[in-house]
Design a protein around this ligand. Structure first.
Ligand SMILES: *Cc1c(COP(=O)(O)O)cnc(C)c1O
Length: 223
């Protein structure tokens, strides 16, 4: 097996104060997750509903699962009972469905709004303008079972560091805007989920509070 324990400790040693690790375990077997778990890691991220369900059922119950992928509204009901955070909310429609399902289970689901900042057309997420509109519209205020805890984004997949830094700065400034306009008195709105295996060191310099790292811990994914 890839040396998960060694890699995990190497990554943890490079994290700045105030930055938490979400270990992205998608496509990796349960034994890899257990190797990290045995070293104390409790937060794991997955991007497919069926895979996260199977892992949730098979693995220790004190694992905090984050859903990091694009979530279809018809899948919300399956993950709401146990999910710790839904990181990639990219529409009001999805937010409404989370509210509806969370109400049924009498729980509050923590979410992040996903921003689309990278230039790639394939990435999901809200444009800054769409995110402003969603917040200005205000319907989210009437969703007692949804707790918006911050923002999430993925930088462009490129070697161009200047571009990556620009994208993180855009996200950081936008976070400040949203925090002061809507969440100034809400201490729960505090998360900035950016940074992956190849760019988390840069992300940490630009306000990240949560890094989502897969490959650097678990090795290359076999699809
Ligand atoms: C797969 C994935 C990651 C992890 O990427 P690595 O390059 O393996 O660290 C992070 N965030 C999201 C949204 C992902 O889908």
């Amino acid at each position: 097996m890839y040396d998960v324990k060694k890699n995990l400790h190497e990554v943890l040693a490079t994290l700045s104060d105030g930055v938490r690790l979400v270990a992205i375990s998608k496509y990796h077997p349960a034994e890899y997750i257990m190797a990290a778990y045995e070293e104390g890691q409790r937060v794991f991220g997955e991007s497919h509903e069926q895979e996260i369900r199977e892992k949730h059922e098979a693995l220790p119950k004190d694992i905090e699962w984050h859903f990091i992928g694009h979530l279809q509204t018809n899948k919300v009901k399956y993950i709401v009972p146990y999910i710790s955070m839904i990181e990639a909310v990219d529409s009001l429609k999805l937010l409404r469905e989370i509210e509806k399902q969370a109400a049924k289970h009498d729980r509050v689901v923590r979410v992040l709004l996903e921003l689309h900042i990278a230039e790639e057309a394939t990435k999901y997420g809200l444009t800054l303008e769409a995110c402003r509109q969603l917040l200005a519209d205000g319907e989210w205020r009437d969703m007692p079972h949804v707790k918006i805890c911050g923002l999430m984004m993925m930088a462009s997949n490129t070697d161009d560091e200047v571009r990556i830094i620009n994208e993180f700065q855009t996200a950081e400034h936008f976070y400040d805007e949203v925090k002061s306009n809507y969440f100034a008195s809400d201490p729960d709105f505090c998360e900035r989920s950016w940074g992956m295996s190849d760019d988390y060191l840069l992300a940490q310099q630009h306000g990240s509070t949560m890094v989502r790292i897969g490959t650097r811990i678990f090795g290359p994914r076999v699809y």
